[in-house]
Design a protein around this ligand. Sequence first.
Ligand code: SER
Length: 891
Amino acid sequence: MNARELRRKYIEFFKSKDHREYPSSSLVPINVLGNEDESLLFTSAGMVQFKPYFLAVAQPPHPRLTDAQKCLRTTDIESVGDSSHLTFFEMMGNFSFGNYFKPEAIEWAWEFLTEWLKLDPSRLRVTVYKEDDEAYNLWLTKIGLHAERISRFDEDKNYWPGKAVTMGPNGPCGPCSEIFWDTSPDLPFDNEWNGDGNRWLEIWNLVFMQFERIGDLIIDNALTRDGHWENVELLPLPNKNVDTGMGLERTSAALLGMPSVYETDVFQPILKRIGELSKRNYETADEPIKVVFRIIADHIRSATFCIADGVRPENTGRGYVLRRLIRRAILKGQRQLGFKKPFFADVFPAVVEVLSDQYPELIERRDFIIRTLQDEEDLFRSRLAEGIKRAEGLALTGRDAFMLYDTYGFPLEVTMELAQERGLTIDLEEFNRSLEEQRQRSKVAGGIAEDVFSKDAGVLQELTKTIPATQFAGYSGCEAEAQVVGLIVEGKIAQSAKKGDRVEVILDQTPFYAESGGPVGDTGKITSPTGSIEVLDTQKVNERWAHIGKVLEGEISVGEQVHAVVETARRMDIERNHTATHLLHAALRTVLGAHVHQAGSLVAPNSLRFDFTHNKAMTEDEIRGVEELVNHEILSDRVVQAHADMPIAEARERGAMALFGEKYGDKVRMVEVEQFSRELCGGLHVGHTSQIGQFRITTESSVASGVRRIEAVTGIGAYQYGVERDRLLREAAATLRTSPNEIAAGIERLQNQLKQTEKRLEGLRTEQASTGAEVKVFEVDGIKIVAQKAENTDAKSASIIADRLAEQNPDSAVIIAAIDEGKAMFVAKVPALLLQKGVHAGNLVREVAKIAGGGGGGRPDFAQAGAKDLSKIDEALLAVPGIIEGQLKSK
Ligand code: SER
């Protein structure tokens, strides 16, 4: 049974136990309610999407579910390449939501392994949480395992999620019982096993989800989101649940009796492909080379699935993890397998071969995946050489590592590996400090929220349980009087904050718009009689608004009355971009058709981004058409009106556009641009379209198969865009030494010149290659004459060739017939020795040229003459010995 069959078998088994099959969710952690799980970068386990079911905030479609889930964990990235660790893997799972519990979970896992898969029970052992007598007794009495095969361990080993934050999401957790496979059955059974080591391979984890973990999530590594918990408290969940995860690749290796996951059918074709591309053989390679093969095979799987789920290589967050995986694989391939040219995207077809039947997105998004991989490899290669050279002169301090990361896009590991090769270690604290400093420097929209807020989201969630929902007072203005109802200071719930503290302030009502969907959160100021706070971002959790920022002066306490003021200019810019987004949406549907739907958006003060369904690149005409239509609506000064509390049926009837996958209540808010657009939307807009000023599309590109992206600017941003374009044009014109209007003609001229130069260069190359072959040597009265016919050679090249021949043949007369673009010329050079004997270059070329219908002359030692009749060149050259003989005689 191979891995593919094992996948089916597992689902079939649990279906026979009344489970319903559920599709894999995306690697980007989106739960069953369609919300992103902020506590994780990636889906790292089968249960991630089901969190709302475990917390009992939503009803599952069936109390028992089963699935094969794509998972990504980078916790073990350093171990990838050994026999069992992977970053991307498939986790088979069976789940109970308040239905069955420990007895069934244990019994079925054992039944599946020993009866359906027929794994040898004498090669299995289990672990349980040290205080879980129930699970211990079930293994002992119900399954009949010998006590020596049941080990008890503490929370480090038998609690899930464990301490590593990247393992599993914030929230539901519980004691677990793990099943291990003996990879060395010939060794005597180890009674004293401490749970570590390579002999026993963990293949299945049964988690008894009983608690909700509340605590402070401390992110230690801002890049990878690794971190740990502090001040943990466990609250019982409303139900007792089961979450199990069986590693598909590991169990498959056990089934096949193979020593490593890489020997299974989901890896072999990938390793083979790497072998073909690198002209090496995985089977016969040395262990260190095998490790590189495996790392590339692992990373290509992770990278392609990330890209298929919409992640793009970037320098932070999820995109950084992707970039790191791609670049790490490429670097190893280059350095250890000798790939000189881009190769990584060429491995992808093998991933399609082994996994696309289960995950059709690999085929659907094939072109996009390949292009993303290729682009990233090109970018990395162009930076790599430069960066490595730069690194050579450095002591590789933490600050240097940051510079390489920031300027050359070197993932930290790449620099760490360079350092290791030189026996150095990178100061990670210094690296993180530099990273933090840079973040502080660039407090752009959203930036601060990503750093601070996600770290505190758990705390805010906790705080929301004790305070009422925030009233939003921002539709009617930018200011409000309010009361402080909650404070989080430096990540902890607090009663007051003082100057310099990093805070999140929760008010009973607020004019600040909190980020949701497209638009980013507002910034501004909150002042009280005793202090003031700079608000750098606004986010919301459970309808409680968090004003994120810093205490500028004095102090601020819970219960105080404050005055909250939004930064108006920035708010206006966001509104311009937001209304423009609605206009753009309607314009796209007019120009491209009704198949266009919004697939995502970002509305920031300085630009807007709009993703939409459309399956080919827009033409230049379509882009300009859409841009013109939007600008037309702006100039028509349409009234923009929000209709609050409209029954959803009425909004539908009036043709209001709703977003896919969005859940709406009975009453909705419809934003209408008079005679042009109607959309369901809770956001803020300009009152009249003319306030947008101007709208310019800056780029149109692909995000995923069937999804295009438009980036655009409005208002002063559009004006600045024009100014910047103008500057670029003027700069280009100045470089071309022409006026902006003449740029195209100037470029054409340059291109023509370049073409000619290339042609000549080519001629020169040919000539160089044929040097010797085309050269004729004559002898007259003991004097040597070297003659050469050179095609595609202009005057300048001809004299260079003449000089070179003269140098190689001292004391010889040299004559070149150079042919270029239908014209020919002769160049002659005569050394001093022959001048004395009466040889004259000027007279020589004149006579020779005459034969070919031309004329000219010059000095005795160097002369040039033009010719017209190209068919006579050979004849003319053959006449040279006779002419020189005549010159010698007449002396
Ligand atoms: N969530 C548990 C794990 O990932 C079991 O599925 O190990």
